[in-house]
Design a protein around this ligand. Structure first.
Ligand code: ZN
Length: 301
């Protein structure tokens, strides 16, 4: 019992302790006043402060996720860093080769590379163009070495033949594959855009020179062999393995100790008249003379 005249002290788990009135109601009133005061201060200061009572009850609406099939956003031009041209790129001018830069290739796997060009033609010192058929995708360093080979070595060789180089065959350039097209084999330099396969070249006179053809002058093929082995770190041709009988593989692979590979057997021309089986004796030929056995005797020893 509570004596009369004393405030009724109520303890309730919901309302807490009160003296004839609810503490929580008083707190709510204070909270309202505090919020109003806070808003007034914010209005004066020109700011809005988040208040516990101002928390939104609705969940925040987030922007819809970008659909997977949407086109990639174009980065603002100002943010895109200007690609820095390599020393090779700067040196490979249009006076040396028609070789526009192309974007880097990344993958699949370890394939690809940067500083790539599409080598369309080599420009000779006199201005004539030697077309690559077809254009080759190569690293700038490899394209630059190919251009230098054509300009300094092949062009004078063609001149010695009384003509000029018109076309260089591109049998294969960038190609993401294992060595010798063997699946699972160590990655080919072709996968790094660091290799070019060449079958031959064409002269302005129309003459085609196939480098692995035995009928082509042997000394000419040997001259080309000396040229390429002095320039490229890998040269594979006939006699190296079964994969290079009909073309010459050139690349700029870097090996420990600067080791180079020059494997190209310049074969002798095949004899003009191959050994033939004895021809069949024509039916109209006169019969072979047979040795006559002496009458009544034996053949002499
Ligand atoms: Zn090759």
């Amino acid at each position: 019992m509570v004596p009369p005249g004393r405030p009724n002290l109520v303890v309730s788990p919901r309302q807490g302790i009160g003296h004839g009135f609810s503490v929580s109601r008083a707190c709510r009133k204070w909270s309202v006043w505090r919020d109003l005061f806070g808003l007034a201060v914010a209005a004066v200061l020109g700011i809005v402060t988040p208040s516990a009572s101002a928390q939104p009850t609705e969940p925040l609406l987030l922007p819809k996720p970008r659909p997977a099939e949407a086109q990639p956003r174009e980065a603002p031009a100002a943010d895109a860093p200007e690609p820095v041209a390599s020393a090779c790129r700067i040196a490979l001018t249009e006076e040396i080769a028609i070789a526009p830069s192309i974007p880097p290739i990344t993958g699949p796997g370890a394939c690809g590379g940067g500083d790539l060009v599409r080598l369309e033609a080599v420009v000779l010192p006199g201005g004539q163009r030697v077309r690559l058929t077809s254009a080759a995708i190569l690293r700038c360093a490899m394209a630059s070495e190919v251009a230098d080979w054509v300009r300094r070595d092949l062009a004078p060789l063609a001149e010695s033949l009384g003509s000029s180089v018109a076309e260089l065959d591109n049998y294969d350039s960038f190609d993401c594959r294992g060595r010798n097209r063997v699946e699972g084999a160590k990655m080919s330099e072709h996968g790094l855009a660091n290799a070019l396969d060449v079958r031959g070249f064409k002269l302005a006179s129309g003459q085609a020179i196939a480098l692995t053809e035995r009928s082509v002058d042997r000394s000419l093929r040997e001259t080309v062999l000396t040229q390429v082995c002095a320039r490229f770190t890998t040269v594979l041709g006939p006699g190296s393995d079964w994969y290079h009988e009909d073309h010459i593989h050139l690349d700029l692979a870097e090996r420990r100790g600067g080791y180079r590979l020059c494997q190209w057997n310049v074969y002798d021309p095949l004899p003009e008249v191959a050994p033939l089986l004895p021809e069949q004796r024509p039916a109209e030929a006169s019969p072979r003379e047979q040795e006559q056995m002496p009458k009544g005797g034996q053949k002499k020893q």
